[in-house]
Write a new protein. Structure first.
Length: 458
């Protein structure tokens, strides 16, 4: 009788949680023992067990990113394996999509998959149908477990229980509960008091930075240290809105009484929330107001290299309206974030226009533009060099008069065509014109490519 060809088998085991893995005989050992017995029962068919172990303890079946499984897949690609033996199919995966990927690898390498408690063969159509049905139930079980966990989380939050994550400043986590940190609680109270007295997040950031206070540093359960970052306006805003400081736990926008103690009394909390709501309204009104900022998008801070954005304010009771350009970094970090911080919009715009007019009157600039236009033959072929230069000079000299006839949006378009960027420094303002920007504008004027009533617009 001919001897059966040797069939090389490996066993894969998995357990979702780490509970019980330190026992002398755990779930992984039980799975392996049962699979070994099954392989031995098939010895007459030529089955032979490869001693390499593939055990994933403490890994979910909802992902393929498991060390032992990845080693198994790598060994499959190398060859030398014929059958994979598992206790149940959900040991390999609980996801139908992930399992389809595994079956594709098995088919490509001509490997049979065997579950010792669920008899089927993946090389047949009926076996595939059985596999898909079983996987569907495995995935259903996984989704039910997920729903059960989410329900437990929601129920715990309704009872005010802390469910993990980064602890808020003012609290430490002990035995999975929030416990007041006395020193940090003082900082939280200071934040609320400063905000109520000034109504300004930036002022709070500025004062806390003077005291060299940072965001909370904390250590995870596995010992990983998270260093507190520098304070920002956004961080202060989150603290002001966080209901944990009045002893509440929030889940999906609904607040419940928490297990922990409050740090902020309800009166101070309500004052802070009232200021926050008023501030939001004022910001909304400011956004709806059109501010004439002709240099919008062009101004940069030469100190910290951040953009500078137009802003405005009014002083009551006289109602005087002030415009200025403010550094983005100063907005985020307060006055200490940038030496320049802000500059008067009127002064900056006047300085930029003065520099443009001064540049336009420079003889060398006029000559260079005329020469470049001649080379490009922009409708000026019939003009000699002297006439071309006179035309350029006239266009530039008329800039001031034409500028004042334009609307704000038209002025913005002209500056966007001529100016690359504007740099504000402690010692003055630098203007950077676009290369050939003037040449293109004058050529367009001469060719009549622009409407007469908007002769300077881009």
């Amino acid at each position: 009788m001919a001897e059966k060809p040797r069939v090389r088998c490996v066993i894969y085991t998995r357990k979702s949680s780490e509970e019980g893995l330190d026992m002398e005989f755990n779930s992984l050992d039980a799975q392996r023992e049962a699979c070994e017995a099954y392989v031995t029962s098939q010895k007459a068919e030529g089955w032979s067990l490869i001693p390499t172990q593939y055990d994933d303890g403490g890994f979910s079946g909802g992902t393929l990113e498991r060390p032992a499984l990845q080693r198994l897949l790598a060994d499959i690609e190398k060859g030398g394996i014929d059958i994979i033996v598992v206790y149940k199919i959900d040991r390999l995966s609980r996801s139908l999509m992930d399992f389809a990927k595994l079956v594709e690898v098995f088919d490509r390498n001509k490997i049979t998959f065997v579950s010792i408690t669920q008899s089927f063969n993946t090389t047949t159509s009926m076996g595939r149908l059985t596999l898909n049905v079983l996987l569907s139930f495995a995935q259903f079980e996984r989704e039910v477990i997920g729903e059960r966990i989410r329900d437990k989380f929601a129920a715990s939050r309704k009872k005010g229980i802390w469910m993990g994550g980064a602890p808020p400043i003012g609290y430490d986590v002990k035995n999975r509960k929030l416990v007041v940190n006395p020193e940090e609680a003082k900082i939280v109270r200071t934040i609320f008091e400063l905000f109520v007295s000034t109504g300004s997040n930036i002022h709070v950031v500025r004062e806390l930075r003077k005291a060299k206070i940072t965001a909370k540093s904390w250590v995870t359960q596995d010992g990983k240290f998270h260093k507190g970052s520098a304070l920002s306006v956004q961080y202060i805003a989150r603290i002001i809105r966080n209901r944990v400081y009045i002893g509440e736990a929030v889940h999906k926008g609904i607040a419940y009484p928490g297990e922990h103690k409050a740090i902020i009394d309800p009166i101070l909390w309500e004052k802070a929330q009232k200021i926050t709501s008023v501030s939001c309204g004022l910001r909304a009104n400011a956004n709806r107001t059109e501010v004439p900022a002709i240099l919008k998008g062009l101004v940069r801070c030469g100190c910290c290299h951040s953009a500078m954005t137009p802003s405005s304010s009014s002083r009551r009771p006289n109602g005087v309206f002030y415009r200025y350009y403010i550094c983005i970094r100063a907005i985020k970090e307060g006055r200490e974030g940038c030496q320049i911080r802000s500059i008067s919009a009127g002064e900056l715009e006047a300085a930029v226009l003065y520099q443009i007019q001064a540049a336009f009157s420079a003889p060398e600039l006029i000559a260079a533009i005329a020469k470049h236009l001649e080379k490009r033959n922009e409708g000026l072929a019939a003009l000699d060099a002297t006439t071309c230069e006179a035309m350029v000079r006239q266009k530039l000299q008329n800039f001031d008069a034409l500028w004042n006839q334009l609307y704000i949006l038209e002025q913005r378009k002209v500056l966007a065509e001529l100016v690359d960027h504007i740099e504000v420094n402690l010692d003055g303002v630098k203007l950077f014109l676009k290369k050939n920007g003037l040449t293109q504008w004058i050529a367009g004027e001469q060719n009549g490519s622009r409407d007469d009533s908007h002769s300077l617009a881009a």
